[in-house]
Design a protein around this ligand. Structure first.
Ligand code: NAP
Length: 415
């Protein structure tokens, strides 16, 4: 039995996930904290929870299940704790190792940073993982969306997201501008705001390591380092170099670089190997549109990854169906990638696909692949039957518009 965490009482019949020497141990009934989220969060969470529970039950006949523990962030935390992100929530997510969350309002004013960014930083969830794959029948703006089957690993803790910046005219900005001129001989206009872009060996290597580990585990044969190193040599360029280093130091038996493939192997990737290449960020945006089949796993810095994730999500039908996770070592938080869409809150209207598919990622992280497959097949069936929420229905001829809850029920009815 798990003891209380602050004001939270974990379910007495659940067990803790453990992480020993790099290996996760998953009990039959793990305690998993969830954050319902703001705006449309409760609607999509209700549908997601019911789909996940039913899939697990169907797949394992009651021998596995999740002991859910509600934890609070955003508006519900403000009501319950009078805080936006209580320490209890952080402690529970750390302790129980896996969590799932709906979208959260970013409080405006008062110097608040995004709760999502804060959660990633305090839990050191250093990899934002976004699988992007087309589900047959989902409307897409491109000719052949099925060619898109990629997983983006976006560095989650540094780059311009480190939040080290000073407003134009502030004491900090002025001091830095003077320092740059006086000590380093670099001129910056007096009326500039200043932001700092740290990219470290540590942050880069652990992110690329995670992407390579994923490629090895999933039998993927292609990993691309996306960077803007032609302009930002010591940050983006260094990310690329450190990426190649980690491949050479730790994956040399599995990885072949593109240069080596052409110089020494006649342009052919040997069986069982992973091709490691790099692409400049602007070219990459063209590549994923023009030659999507050539990219499977993409490892990149924070800002590049932010842009690329949304662009790729659009290629396969939009954010309503795009899942994501934030992962550290033996710790993961799965989340809807869209926002709180407040105008639709409480209407049982929006698409729960993003959160349900994030739940699928969580099932796979737990090693519960049979349940994950059931849900994926159920979503594909709902789309095939054209029983979809308004966002998809308005783009699909002959579709029946269903509510959030009904979309969940359609998925479950296919199990
Ligand atoms: P948003 O909440 O993502 O909504 C923008 C539009 O996207 C909606 O009006 C709707 O389009 C569509 N949409 C979003 N989720 C959908 C779903 N599940 N099903 C169908 N359509 C969906 O973006 P926002 O209005 O910019 O942000 C609102 C709040 O969310 C802000 O406070 C922001 O900070 C926060 N936010 C949180 C997260 C997060 O927690 N991860 C991420 C982004 C934003 P239509 O109007 O065309 O139907």
């Amino acid at each position: 039995m798990s003891k209380k965490i602050g004001r939270l009482t974990p379910p007495s019949d659940g067990q803790e996930i453990t992480w020993r020497e790099g290996v996760l141990e998953i009990p039959e009934r793990p305690i998993i904290p969830f954050i319902e989220g703001d705006g449309i969060g409760p609607d999509i969470w209700r549908a997601t929870k019911s789909v996940l529970d039913r899939a697990i039950d169907k797949a394992y006949g009651g021998s596995k299940s999740i002991a859910w523990l509600e934890v609070y962030a955003g508006e519900k935390a403000k009501e319950t704790y009078d805080e936006w992100l209580p320490q209890d929530t952080i402690d529970a997510l750390k302790h129980f190792r896996a969590g799932i969350k709906g979208p959260l309002t970013t409080p405006v004013g008062g110097g608040f940073r995004s709760l999502n960014v804060t959660l990633r930083q305090v839990l050191d969830l250093y990899a934002c993982v976004r699988p992007v794959r087309h589900i047959k029948g989902v409307p897409s703006p491109v000719k052949d969306a099925k060619l898109v089957d990629m997983v983006i690993f976006r560095e989650n803790t540094e780059d311009v997201y480190a939040g080290i910046e000073w407003e134009e005219g502030s004491g900090g900005a002025q001091k830095l501008i003077q320092f740059l001129q006086a000590e380093l001989g670099k001129r910056v206009r007096e009326d500039s705001g200043i932001g700092i872009k740290p990219i470290s060996v540590t942050g880069s290597k652990r992110l690329v390591r995670k992407a390579l580990e994923y490629a090895v585990a999933q039998g993927r044969t292609d990993v691309t380092l996306m960077h803007k190193g032609n302009i930002m040599k010591y940050t983006e360029g260094a990310f690329k170099e450190w990426g190649y280093q980690v491949a050479e130091e730790e994956f040399s038996d599995r990885v072949v670089t593109e240069a080596r493939m052409w110089d020494e192997l006649g342009g052919k990737l040997p069986d069982g190997k992973i091709l490691l290449k790099d692409r400049i960020a602007d070219a990459m945006f063209q590549q994923v549109l023009l030659r999507p089949a050539e990219y499977q796993v993409i490892a990149t810095t924070n800002l590049n990854g932010d842009y690329l994730s949304d662009a790729l999500a659009a290629q396969v039908g939009g954010l309503g169906m795009a899942p994501g996770s934030n992962e550290g070592d033996g710790l993961a938080l799965f989340e809807a990638t869209h926002g709180t869409a407040p105008k639709y809150a409480g209407q049982d209207k929006v698409n729960p696909g993003s959160l349900i598919l994030s739940g699928v990622m969580m099932l796979r992280w737990l090693g519960w692949h049979e349940a994950a497959e059931l849900v994926e097949t159920g979503i594909a069936a709902a789309v095939r039957e054209k029983r979809v929420t308004y966002d998809l229905a308005r783009q699909m001829k002959g579709a029946t518009t269903v509510k959030t809850s009904e979309f969940g029920q359609t998925i479950v009815s296919s199990f």
